[in-house]
Design a protein around this ligand. Structure first.
Ligand SMILES: Nc1ncnc2c1ncn2[C@@H]1O[C@H](COP(=O)(O)OP(=O)(O)O)[C@@H](O)[C@H]1O
Ligand SMILES: N[C@@H](CCC(=O)OP(=O)(O)O)C(=O)O
Length: 365
């Protein structure tokens, strides 16, 4: 870990705000000092920072995080600029440059968009810029929202081929139960699911500015470690130690190997915009042989989706067995289902010979 060259650091709203809820410039300044020191040692750093909504509250005269999505989006719109301005000023003290990257789910699941995001990160890092990432809250509707920056950070870590993901929160690690309960103990290392068996993972802390609490952090750790990236979860006060590889907080060891990034997004970040029902033979082909899904094995369609959208695939009992990017609109499926590719080509033309979902665009869940 001491040799981590490319590090994604995620900081939560709870670590950036004052007791009264606004953005705390001193905490941003302290974090930037740590990131600059890491850069000085030759590490490349990507920062995923929450805090746009929190930063927008005071200028709008709001006392706490609003409930309605539109009001949160307005707060984020006001706050994001202020937040990035703070980072830009603080990084400039160290002669460093900030670059803002705002992502929605749609930006990274569609193949062309995903490539754009990847190229942008590569270019920014080559230029020595510190990318500051957040969800594009102002345009993210429920369908295209990640909803929490913990998962976003895990997916970004994978996208940029990071060696380490550091999740900074207002708690110094994962405890075996919500730390407000007396007697809970810090878990220093997690080597796999078994180590989480007796752990009660609770929701947001007392300040109420964060989203998702420990649940989304443990999920993020599982996404990252499952594809070969170790994760350190600790408080922002321990950021320097965590980035330098000192044993602080909770270390989640890598458990799996790297997989194609786009499929990781498809598995962990998307929800199906509809569903395709499969017969038993198609389920076997897709799940066991990892084959493409052909029209012949489709028995029904649910929902209203367009070609390119993620859809769930269901077995004859209605259980979700996979998710993929579909090649046809929902309205076209009834004409195609149950028919062989040859048949479709003869009757409808060569454009209809293609798979309903190509195996490269499909994950088995
Ligand atoms: N098992 C647990 N271990 C540690 N913290 C927990 C646990 N269960 C719930 N929490 C709560 O999760 C909170 C952190 O999540 P959150 O408020 O979403 O922070 P952030 O803004 O950093 O994303 C902590 O303040 C803590 O109270
Ligand atoms: N995108 C939102 C933060 C979403 C989020 O996950 O917040 P947090 O749980 O504090 O990391 C914002 O900038 O306010």
């Amino acid at each position: 870990m001491t040799s981590a060259r490319r590090i994604v650091v995620k900081v939560g709203s709870s670590s950036l705000t004052t007791a009264s809820g606004g953005i705390d410039p001193e905490r941003i300044s302290a974090l930037v000092d740590v990131l600059a020191a890491a850069r000085e040692r030759g590490a490349e750093v990507v920062l995923v920072s929450s805090g746009a909504i929190a930063a927008g509250l005071a200028p709008l005269g709001l006392k706490k995080r609003p409930r309605a999505l539109a009001a949160q989006q307005a707060a984020a719109s006001v706050g994001q600029g202020l937040l990035v301005h703070r980072y830009t000023e603080e990084l400039a003290r160290h002669g460093l440059t900030a670059g803002q990257v705002l992502l929605t789910l749609d930006d990274v699941t569609r193949r062309s968009h995903y490539r754009n995001a990847s190229q942008t990160f590569t270019q920014l890092l080559e230029l020595g810029v510190i990318p500051i990432v957040n969800e594009n809250d102002t345009v993210a509707t429920t369908e295209i929202r990640f909803g929490d920056n913990d998962r976003l950070a895990a997916l970004v870590a994978h996208l940029v081929h990071a060696d380490l993901l550091v999740l900074l929160s207002d708690v110094d690690g994962l405890y075996d139960g919500p730390p407000s309960r007396p007697g809970t103990r810090l878990i220093a290392e997690v080597r796999g699911q078994a180590d989480l068996a007796g752990v009660t993972v609770g929701s947001v802390g007392s300040a109420g500015v964060g989203t998702g609490g420990m649940v989304t952090k443990v999920e993020a750790a599982s996404i990252a470690t499952g594809s070969g990236i170790p994760v350190v979860l600790t408080s922002a006060d321990n950021a320097a130690a965590a980035i330098s590889g000192e044993p602080v907080g909770t270390l989640f060891h890598a458990t799996g190997k790297r997989r194609p990034t786009r499929l990781l997004w498809l598995r962990h970040a998307t929800e199906g915009k509809g569903a395709l029902l499969l017969d038993a033979g198609a389920v076997r082909a897709v799940v066991e042989r990892r084959a493409s899904l052909l029209a012949a094995g489709v028995t029904g369609v649910q929902g209203d989706f367009s070609a390119g959208d993620p859809v769930d695939i269901l077995d004859p009992e209605g259980r979700v067995v996979g998710r993929g990017l579909v090649n046809f609109d929902a309205s076209e499926i009834p004409t195609l289902q149950g028919r062989s590719s040859k048949d479709l080509k003869r009757e409808l033309g060569a454009g209809y010979e293609r798979e309903v979902i190509h195996r490269d665009d499909l994950v088995v869940l």
